[in-house]
Design a protein around this ligand. Structure first.
Ligand code: TK8
Length: 346
């Protein structure tokens, strides 16, 4: 074999090795997937036994069954692939295919999502469903493709409650000086400042150790998250403030989505919708059941009175006015009209 053909063979061997080393290809080869199945890496922040994880498990089952194995969903729970923001960035880069974050940390990308962080906006889950599944929620999904994301609908994180290791929180003055972890979201940060607390934004993955070491006094999340993440092990007081309803949004990488045949898009879209309806119901059940379990495990539970919650609403009114200006009167007006319509029909 002469010198140039030896060189040609060497180049071939090297490029084959480089190809196998690339992340996308390695995953496909190492996951026992048959060569024709397409791998969908789907990451979420909460545990497998949280309704977010249960919804993802059902999504996987539906997609693999409907596609007859052509699509294979690899689920990753408990923030294994990073927190909400990191996983969302991975979708934009095309190194991951699906994630289902809270809308709150996305406001850096789609500021208008901040309207769902307005405190005391929804009175119950029915109102949240009506707005999220109605024109306003759907209009916000349309803002995602320009950021490399496709939004297929909303799942439920739920109404947030405050925990801390200092004292019960009933009236506004009880917030004074409390170091409270918040999501990385400007509305939450300003609302807790207006209530007199010291907000400390951080990813969920850092929260447990921040509470354990006293970096923060408390946090706020729906009851199912407090229970499945065992926050009662480092928090004494649970105050049923229900101060904000947080949605999850079902996100798909646009890079991945654009390559899919329409039949596979329909399978994924329908599975996200079906699993989402199941997830909302399981989430409501889990939030109801979690309260009893948290009390059994020793948390001291208090519920602020209507007058005390009205005092909190009064304190955060200026925050809502400021962000209504920032996000646009028209969008907020549309949402309030949607809410009024739902309340009239209730
Ligand atoms: C989970 C998060 C979390 C959210 C938070 O992915 O960060 O407090 O409520 O549940 O989206």
């Amino acid at each position: 074999m002469n010198q140039s053909s030896k060189k040609g063979v060497l180049v071939l061997i090297l490029s084959a090795l480089l190809l196998l080393a690339s992340p996308g290809c390695g995953t496909a080869v190492s996951s026992q997937a048959t060569e024709q199945s397409r791998i969908i890496r789907a990451g979420v922040g909460l545990k497998e036994d949280h309704p977010q994880g249960m919804g993802l498990a059902l999504f996987k089952e539906i997609v693999e069954q409907k596609s007859e194995g052509r699509l294979q969903v690899d689920p990753y729970y408990s923030g294994q692939l990073g927190d909400d923001l990191r996983m969302t960035t991975a979708l934009q880069a095309g190194t991951m295919e699906i994630t289902i974050p809270s809308t709150s940390p996305l406001v850096g990308m789609v500021p208008e999502y901040g309207i769902f962080d307005f405190p005391f906006l929804f009175r119950d889950e029915g109102e949240a469903d009506a707005v999220l599944d109605g024109p306003v929620g759907q209009e916000l999904l349309k803002k995602l493709p320009e950021h490399g994301l496709v939004g297929l609908g909303y799942w439920e994180n739920g109404f947030r409650n405050l925990t801390n290791d200092q004292h019960p929180v009933n009236a506004v003055e009880d917030f004074r000086g409390l170091k409270i972890r918040t999501m990385q979201n400007e509305v939450h940060i300003d609302a807790f400042k207006a209530l007199g607390a010291n907000p400390s934004p951080m990813p969920l993955s850092e929260l447990f150790s921040a509470m354990e070491t006293g970096v923060v006094d408390g946090q706020e999340n729906p009851l199912a998250t407090i229970e499945t993440n065992k926050y009662d092990e480092v928090q004494k007081h649970l105050s049923l403030t229900e101060h904000v309803y947080t949605p999850f949004v079902f996100l798909v990488s646009k890079k991945f989505w654009d390559e899919l045949p329409s039949a596979d898009r329909n399978i994924i879209r329908d599975a996200a919708r079906q699993a989402g309806l199941y997830q909302r119901e399981e989430n409501r059940k889990a939030n109801r059941d979690a309260l009893a379990r948290l009390e059994e495990r020793g948390m001291k539970v208090n519920r602020p009175s209507t007058a005390e919650r009205e005092g909190m609403e009064e304190k955060v009114r200026t925050v809502i006015e400021r962000y209504t200006q920032k996000y646009g009167d028209q969008l907020v007006e549309e949402m309030m009209q949607e809410l009024e319509k739902t309340r009239r029909n209730h």
